[in-house]
Design a binder for this molecule. Structure first.
Ligand code: SAM
Length: 309
């Protein structure tokens, strides 16, 4: 059995037990299990387990809990997407990662799986801030971050309201998609809809750039049809004035359950008077991940684009 499966075994058994004894939801019982582990009230040992073993074990347990509770805002960014985003962060911050630490913000932290996948991939090189409105999710993220020993400062709040976060080198975010209910807060944004409700995912892009350093980057998981909606014209206009599109990477259809759920990776650079727009935008499609040869060609294309920059 893999080490992460052994860890899952321990925390799952304990969470099931707490859920039955205390008649609470599995996810809440899992949170208690993780917090008890941190407080040394619940102990287990898997010799030689890594931070990734720990993250994966917790990820599987959270997924199990999410399936049971079926709350619509409880979504987790899967590993495959996290690893791809991590790959791009590494490409854009190669020198900075070599020489020091990169500051990162995830304004829709959720369970922290996306951010922690990226942080574990560049262990010791990123320090982060995470913002999430849902109390249970942010507590799960906090406990997981402590267990995998990644430095994340957390804020539980609506990310679209005033954020006390200094501009960062990079934003990483799997954008919440849909309408933003607080129309008064939306008025503070250039991307506030002229009529009716604004798109949360548009406002999140603007808020992310508000908190990115000039010349810094934002790595977003966006809906596949981002540039086709009826508010897309406004988004284009906003981006033209504030950011340079570096890359639009379509993800394989078979990663998503329906067309409506398909996502792409959008990489933006916040404009800076000292820098120039990229000569060419990287437009690429990630092939089916099981096709090793096609995948190698995809990474080669990214490298060629990077060298031509
Ligand atoms: N990357 C996350 C992970 O790996 O678990 C999943 C992110 S999920 C697609 C989007 C998250 O945004 C949800 O957890 C949701 O609760 C949060 N969210 C939605 N609107 C928000 C807001 N206005 N402020 C802060 N968080 C928000």
């Amino acid at each position: 059995m893999d080490k992460f499966e052994q860890i899952f075994g321990f925390i799952n058994d304990q969470a099931e037990k707490i859920a039955t004894d205390e008649e609470i939801d599995y996810l809440e019982a899992l949170l208690q299990t993780l917090e008890d582990t941190l407080d040394a009230k619940f102990e287990w040992q898997v010799e030689g387990a890594t931070k990734e073993d720990m993250r994966k074990a917790i990820q599987i347990a959270i997924l199990k809990g999410m399936r049971k509770s079926a709350q619509p805002n409880h979504q987790m960014t899967p590993d495959t997407l996290g690893l791809l985003v991590g790959y791009f962060v590494e490409q854009f911050f190669e020198k900075e990662i070599e020489n020091g630490s990169v500051s990162v913000l995830d304004p829709a932290l959720g369970t922290g799986n996306l951010l922690l996948t990226v942080m574990n991939a560049m262990d010791g090189k990123l320090h982060a801030t995470g913002v999430e409105v849902d109390e249970l999710l942010i507590r799960l993220a906090a406990a997981t971050a402590d267990l995998v020993e990644q430095p994340i400062t957390l804020f539980r709040q609506d990310s679209l309201e005033k954020l006390l976060v200094d501009p960062v080198d990079a934003v990483i975010c799997d954008l919440p998609v849909g309408f933003y209910p607080n129309e008064e807060v939306a008025l503070d944004y250039e991307l506030c809809a002229a009529e009716g409700m604004s798109y949360a995912h548009h406002l999140f892009i603007e808020q992310s750039l508000n908190h990115t350093k000039e010349g810094g980057y934002a790595f977003f998981l966006v809906p596949g049809n981002l540039f086709e909606s009826e508010q897309a014209k406004q988004l284009h206009k906003y981006l033209k004035g504030h950011a340079w599109i570096q890359a639009v990477i379509q993800l394989p259809e078979n990663m998503f359950s329906t067309r409506a759920h398909e996502k792409s990776i959008l990489i933006l650079q916040k404009q800076s008077a000292q820098l120039k727009a990229p000569r060419e935008v990287l437009l690429a499609k990630v092939p089916n991940m099981s096709n090793k040869q096609a995948l190698a060609m995809f990474f080669e294309k990214v490298q060629m684009w990077k060298e031509s920059k």
